[in-house]
Design a protein around this ligand. Structure first.
Ligand code: ARG
Length: 471
């Protein structure tokens, strides 16, 4: 039997094969089947069917006896799936047909009544929304735990001084806690994206049927309520046509993955032998089979890399959806694989990052020593010339630049220059200048709102705990 022979496949499908003389070619079955992917929707599919069944009974479309048989059968199928006992048959295409076929095996004739006033089009749109809604909730929970780990470290190191960077060049001293709090804010905004996406997603497509609605007297408010949706979707064509909720989820996941990859990159840099800013735990590193001294930041590297999957998934689904005429097209079956792949990657990345942050041990002495290198207090000197000497900032910038050049020529730090050396650049400089050249002074002086002074960092931590963890 070759796959190109017409009618080489099995007999016509029981669920829609009425108008067919022969079954699909083997190759048709393979391109058409989605069960390997959408089997992950079994819980949502069964929940959607239960809600639909209860509504059909409540509206008198289905008898109570049939309704009870269907609900009992669905419960049993759920238990079977949960126990890993779902029997997979590629001829049955997708999860919806698997559940319905099994239901018929279990309860017989009433199973065929469940699909009254419903189509696989509104069914799959409902199932997928429910799945993405759960994924959003899992992402939010993971991000909350990550924020909590970051906050604990930030609290411990609210006053630990490190170099802050721009262009990966030492720029100005900051505290380690302040740096970590930047990520707390980023993930806070990501959680805001999760919330927004969830709110827009949370409308129920069920009852749109194939695309036009149904002639049966269904109660869409009831099914929406039953499934935890805020309301039914208003337009039946839109309900079965759009996947913007999945795209919005993927865009949110991409933002999370992008933020995670930046943090991962910093962990890779910080844990290197050249920086030694932090030690990662044995639990999140690996050794080398040839170089006994090595401790590689594999988890951080993989978080950095998994970002590619998430971003790729967004582009993949965007490309599937663009140019599709309304309403449902089978193209849309390709919506789940990228979404599942991105969800797996981002959830794992969030958890691995939380673990790394929790275990990470910053080396306070190394951080402090590095904070003073690279003339990081040059801005403090310029600010001092403005504040104390009344110089315009541009002139102060110029004077400071010449002092830095002098220090560079002598290969010493700013605070190691002598007063006469400083005065050779600007005669007005006095002994008091040395107080502003230390990193601790620099950090403590940055008391502006959102600045790095330890007292500000502690305020920010308290505010973030209240906003993100106690909500
Ligand atoms: N497996 C299909 C999907 O995921 C279910 C919907 C099938 N609808 C149809 N009209 N063939 O999109």
């Amino acid at each position: 039997m070759t796959s190109t022979e017409a009618g080489a496949g099995p007999t016509p499908n029981d669920l829609w094969g009425g108008r067919f003389e022969t079954g699909p070619a083997e190759i048709m079955q393979r391109i058409n089947a989605s069960i390997d992917v959408d089997r992950r929707l079994y819980a949502q599919d069964i929940a959607g069917s239960k809600a639909h069944c209860k509504m059909l009974v409540a509206t008198g479309i289905l008898t109570r006896a049939d309704g009870e048989a269907i609900l009992a059968g669905l419960e049993r199928i759920l238990a079977e799936c949960e126990a890993g006992r779902m029997r997979i048959d590629p001829a049955l295409e997708d999860i919806h047909m698997h559940v319905e076929t099994r239901l018929r095996e279990l309860i017989g004739e009433p199973a065929g009544r469940l699909h009254t006033a419903r189509s696989r089009n509104d069914q799959v749109a409902t199932d997928f929304r429910l799945w993405v809604r759960d994924a959003l909730d899992r992402m939010d929970h993971g991000l909350r735990l990550l924020q909590s780990a970051l906050l604990d470290q930030a609290e411990r190191h609210a006053a630990s001084i490190m170099p802050g960077f721009t262009h990966l060049q030492a720029a100005q001293p900051v505290t380690f806690g302040h740096h970590l709090m930047a990520y707390v804010e980023m993930f806070g905004r990501d959680r805001g994206r999760v919330r927004d996406c969830r709110t827009r997603l949370n409308e129920c497509p069920l009852g749109a049927a194939a695309l036009a609605g149904t002639s049966f007297p269904i109660d869409r408010e009831m099914t929406a309520r039953e499934l935890g949706f805020a309301r039914p979707m208003r337009n039946s064509i839109d309900a079965v046509s759009d996947r913007d909720f999945a795209l919005e989820y993927l865009a949110t996941a991409a933002s999370v993955a992008m933020h995670l990859s930046r943090l991962a990159e910093e962990l890779v840099i910080w844990s290197s032998a050249q920086f030694r800013f932090v030690r990662l735990s044995d639990a999140f590193t690996t050794g080398s089979s040839i170089m006994p001294q090595k401790k590689n930041p594999d988890a951080a590297e993989l978080v950095r890399a998994k970002c590619g999957r998430v971003m790729g998934s967004y582009l993949q689904l965007m490309t599937v959806m663009k140019g599709l005429p309304l309403a449902y097209g089978k193209d849309m079956q390709e919506d789940k694989a990228p979404t599942f792949e991105a969800a797996d990657a981002v959830e794992l990345s969030i958890a691995a990052t939380a673990g790394m942050i929790q275990d990470m041990q910053p080396d306070i002495a190394v951080l402090a020593a590095a904070a003073g290198q690279g003339y990081t207090t040059a801005t403090d000197l310029a600010d001092w010339l403005v504040r104390v000497k009344g110089m315009p900032f541009r002139d102060a910038h110029h004077v400071t630049g010449r002092i830095v050049r002098l220090a560079e020529k002598r290969d010493v730090g700013l605070e190691d220059l002598t007063l006469p050396e400083m005065q050779s650049v600007h005669s007005g400089i006095g002994e008091e200048v040395f107080a502003v050249l230390g990193v601790a002074n620099s950090v403590a002086s940055r008391r502006s709102l959102g600045g790095t002074a330890p007292e500000r960092v502690r305020q920010a931590i308290a505010a973030a705990r209240a906003e993100y963890l106690e909500g």
